[in-house]
Design a protein. Structure first.
Length: 424
């Protein structure tokens, strides 16, 4: 008989806040692809090579500030860090809509990456304080669902905004909400269960007992240096680098790829761009549920990425001969690439103790940012240089295949903690 769940209200109180916060972060990084497809390059006299660099610059800023942000979130306050990030990234995103030349755009794209850098690791650290091992894949998934769900509705909204107004209005309209939400974040969020007035003392103690039991089952690591040198952490860094090449090459340039493949307007491109993220939402929920139910992480990561790689290869082979078949394969590739995020980010806290897990997640996420930089730049460059997305499909498929191999190479812990049951 399963034990009675602990504090089910955590899900209803915390996850909507986490979801909205990460949604706003992702909104301000994904809409660049719509501006690029809607005349921004012409208005600011941006060359194809510079356009590729601009799309990628966000991730360069994102790369450099991951680890310092995660350390601050773990040792000081994730709440404070995310609050200021919300204010600053909303401001930077809105400023993108009033730039008058490419130089200002270069500076703002880099700064946007800097101020958003710590959000992902800070939010993962925050959730690890509230949800147990048996719940973590689902908690991570509900957080990261802010990614595909945001792109789903943002794709449609951005298409309408660009067509009705222009790309400048789109950036301003989609940047201001983050600043407004910062106020709600500050009022609603509590750092840890012990700080929450809406939990009973019994619930707080029960959660504390579960977290203590989990930590006792993990081999202790002295410091960040020892954690960062771990072969498993190094493999996961390489894996996430390769995975992110595929994801962000896809996210940033899908609207442009669709417009190049078929003569359609921005509204139609918006609707077509949203379909992969609808599939991704369903796939992420299913994969995270099964991962938590079975306690297996790797088995729900690499098969999804393999499906994504095969779909990219299929789209490459179809080429321009059948737009709708090629598009359908891209939808599958997008959904498959997103599906395993929840299980993937559940691996780290189960492998490393709390004192270094946050920093390790930041290191891995920073390697993902570097992969995102490489992927978004390379895909944009290849599309412009060849006049076709075919070479991009090969690049993204190869990167995903490499991530499959690296995932399989990460061996599970010999002493997996199985004594702590699911709490939801």
């Amino acid at each position: 008989m399963e034990p009675k769940p602990i504090a089910v209200r955590r899900w209803w109180y915390i996850m909507p806040i986490a979801f909205i916060t990460y949604s706003l972060a992702y909104l301000d990084r994904a809409n660049f692809g719509f501006a690029a497809a809607a005349g921004m390059a012409k208005d600011l006299e941006i060359t194809p090579a510079m356009s590729s660099l601009l799309g990628a610059l966000f991730f360069l800023g994102y790369f450099f500030f991951q680890i310092p942000g995660a350390i601050y979130a773990e040792r000081r306050s994730a709440k404070t860090l995310v609050f200021w990030s919300l204010v600053l990234w909303g401001g930077c995103a809105a400023l993108t809509g009033i730039v008058t030349n490419a130089n200002w755009l270069i500076a703002i794209r880099f700064l946007l990456g800097v101020v958003e850098a710590a959000v992902m690791p800070a939010m993962l650290i925050y959730l690890s304080h509230w949800f147990t091992k048996a719940e973590r894949s689902r908690a991570n998934t509900f957080l990261i669902l802010g990614n595909p769900v945001t792109v789903l509705w943002m794709s449609v909204l951005s298409g309408y905004l660009v067509q009705a107004y222009d790309w400048r209005v789109m950036f301003i309209a989609e940047g201001v909400p983050a600043v407004i939400w910062a106020v709600f974040w500050w009022v609603l969020v509590r750092e840890k269960p012990a700080d929450a007035a809406w939990l009973s003392q019994t619930e707080k103690q029960d959660l504390a007992n579960v977290f203590a039991a989990e930590q006792s089952g993990i081999k202790q690591v002295k410091n960040y240096g020892e954690a960062f040198r771990s072969p498993k952490v190094i493999l996961l860094c390489a894996q996430y680098f390769c995975w992110s090449i595929g994801v962000y090459g896809f996210v940033l340039w899908l609207p442009s790829i669709l417009k190049a493949g078929k003569e359609i307007g921005m509204v139609e491109a918006g609707w077509l761009s949203s379909a992969p993220y609808l599939l991704a939402t369903v796939a992420m929920l299913a994969v995270s549920f099964l991962s938590d139910r079975t306690g297996n992480r790797r088995a729900f990561v690499w098969p999804c990425l393999l499906v994504g790689a095969i779909a990219f290869v299929g789209s490459y082979l179809v080429g321009t001969s059948n737009f709708w078949l090629s598009y359908g394969l891209l939808v599958i590739a997008g959904g498959a690439m997103y599906a395993p995020y929840g299980p993937f980010f559940a691996i780290i806290p189960e492998m490393l103790p709390r004192n270094v897990a946050g920093g390790a997640m930041a290191l891995i996420n920073s390697m993902g940012a570097l992969g995102s930089f490489a992927g978004s730049y390379a895909v944009g460059y290849l599309n412009g240089a060849t006049g076709s997305p075919s070479a991009s499909y090969v690049l993204m498929a190869t990167a995903l295949l490499a991530s499959v191999v690296l995932t399989v190479a990460v061996k599970p812990e010999a002493k997996a903690l199985r004594a702590v049951p699911s709490q939801a």
